[in-house]
Structures are given as C-alpha cells and as structure tokens.
Design a protein around this ligand. Structure first.
Ligand SMILES: C[S@@+](CC[C@H](N)C(=O)[O-])C[C@H]1O[C@@H](n2cnc3c(N)ncnc32)[C@H](O)[C@@H]1O
Length: 291
C-alpha cells in the first residue's frame, strides 16, 4: 500500500483543524506532521489507514507529539518517553553542556555524578556520553518508580553499559534522602513550578498531559522543599564539586539566597545564577572549595 492515503487523510485533517492545531501545537506545520506520522507508521504499512486514524485521534486530543511517538530528542540523542516522565526540554541542554565542561576540566581521572529527579535519564545519560573521564560512577535518582523504569530503558538503549570503568545505579529516593554516597557533581532539574502562583503561565497541553509530580510543588511547601534539597546537597557534595540546578526564572533569585542560608557558605567559592540563551535566569550554579 502506498503512503498516499495516510498523507491525504492527514492533510485534509490539517486543513479542517488549522486553528485547533495552532493552539495546541504552536508553530506546527503540515510537513512536521507528515514526518511525525511517518515515524508513527514505521514500516507497518498494512495497517496504515487505521493507524493514521489513531494518530489523528491523538492529535485531536491535543496529546504532545513526543507522547504520541514515545520519542523525544535531547542534546545528541533520542529518548524513549511515556506519560510518566517530563518531555526533556532544550533549555536543559545548557545544564548538560556546563556540567560536561566542568567535569572535563576538573575530573579527568575519576568522577562521581548524581542526577536528582532523573525522569527519562536525559541529563545523566547525555553527560556520561560526552565526558572524557576515565572512571565514572553515576547515580540516577527519582521519587517515581515509573520514571526510573523509563530511565532504565533509555540506559539500555544508549549502550553505555559497554563503556569500561563505568557504573550507573538507579535509586528510588526523595531528593538525596536515601542515597548514602557523596558525589563530585550533583545535577538536578527538579519540579519548580508553584502549583497556584505559576499555574496561569503553564501551557494547557503541558498541564493536561505531563506528570504533575515532575512539574509542580505546592506553594506552601516550596521554600522548605528546596531548603531540604540544599542541605542534602551540602552534605553529599565533595570538596571541589559542582551543584547545578535548573529553576524557575521568577524564583531563582530567592533560591540562591535560600541556598546560601542552607549550606555552610564558607565552603563554597562561587554561588551564582546563570542565564539561558534568551537572557532569562534559569540555573543555580555552586562550586565547593577544594580545601
Ligand atoms: C522537571 S522533571 C525533570 C526530568 C528530567 N531530569 C529532565 O530534565 O527532563 C522533575 C523530576 O523530578 C522527579 N521528582 C519530583 N519530586 C521529587 C523528589 N521529591 N525527589 C526526587 N525526584 C523527584 C519527578 O518524578 C521528575 O522525574
């Protein structure tokens, strides 16, 4: 069977749902949808009409394209995703780049890295794929067992297990609470949206389809949640180590102050905020003195 019929179905759906699609999928065009449909159909041409209909049904519900195809691109790889994990975002790639630079500069021989709230595993797997350190010990942690299942799938797909002198463990933990080891680098893209205060700025599709555990913290618990995270980081970060966290541009200024209060500031040589490429404050960076 040719692909003509599915593509015709798609283009007539596109014409009749233009305004709905542009609301649900900002910036979408027909050619992008054709690529997504091709991916969705794969090589299963026998079922292409019924499969096209199920693709269109997902679109008419406004499901994110990454969830329809169980696939998202991040940094230099493709990741499996499902409804239990956040779809990795391009701004998080800055956190990956900065940590790779830091590790390659300061930890040539051995490094231990922890990713708190790993979700798909996109951060830790991307960092490990790129660093040149000879001995690597890594930990991917999350409070959600279902998210850890996704991270494990991505780990096995990455073929990183073939790398020599490399170890990755998965840990079910509330922040760093259940993790006994210390680390040279602690990375995190935690949930950082205040459930009430920030809700109006969250895109409807994100709120409807992405896991709330990955997105939101209750307003009343927000400050204490981060105080606890920061004091755990202070206890678990080795001398000479880096803590790098993504956060909400409206709250990071406050969180930098909170970090300073939660840790023994004298042990740190740098606690600063970093912007993304559009000039928005998006990351908290803290390095511990060597001695
Ligand atoms: C914003 S998502 C980040 C996912 C992934 N690291 C990324 O950057 O795409 C936050 C993640 O933190 C996890 N999480 C939420 N509360 C947590 C907690 N108290 N301790 C550990 N992980 C938590 C969520 O399950 C989710 O996977």
């Amino acid at each position: 069977m040719s692909l003509l019929a599915p593509m015709q179905l798609l283009s007539s759906f596109f014409e009749s749902h233009k305004s709905f699609l542009s609301k649900k999928y900002p910036g979408i065009n027909l050619s992008r949808l054709e690529n997504e449909l091709n991916y969705f159909l794969g090589t299963n041409f026998n079922y292409s009409i019924s499969q096209t209909e199920s693709f269109l049904e997902c679109l008419s519900r406004g499901l994110p394209l990454e969830q329809i195809n169980h696939s998202a691109y991040f940094y230099r790889s493709q990741f499996y995703i499902n409804e239990n994990v956040l779809i990795p975002r391009s701004e998080t790639e800055i956190l990956v780049e900065k940590s790779i630079d830091y590790i390659n500069t300061h930890f040539r021989d051995a490094v231990s890295v922890c990713d708190v709230g790993t979700g798909t595993g996109a951060i830790i797997l991307s960092v490990i794929s790129e660093i040149e350190t000879r001995n690597i010990k890594a930990c991917a942690s999350d409070i959600s067992e279902k998210a850890l299942e996704v991270a494990r799938i991505n780990y096995f797909r990455s073929r990183l297990e073939r790398r020599e002198n490399f170890e990755l463990s998965f840990s079910l933990s509330d922040r760093l609470e259940s993790i006994e080891e210390n680390f040279d680098v602690i990375l995190s893209n935690p949930p950082y949206i205040k459930e009430d205060t920030d809700r109006s700025k969250v895109h409807g599709q994100v709120h409807e389809y992405e896991p709330h555990l990955a997105l939101y913290l209750k307003d009343v618990e927000y400050d204490s949640w981060f105080d606890e995270l920061f004091s755990q980081v202070d206890n678990s970060l080795n001398r000479g180590g880096l803590f790098l966290m993504e956060g909400h541009e409206d709250h990071l200024q406050y969180l930098r102050e909170a970090f300073i209060k939660s840790v023994k500031q004298i042990n740190y040589n740098n606690i600063e905020l970093i912007e993304d490429y559009t000039g928005r404050t998006r990351f908290l960076w803290a390095t511990k003195k060597k001695s």
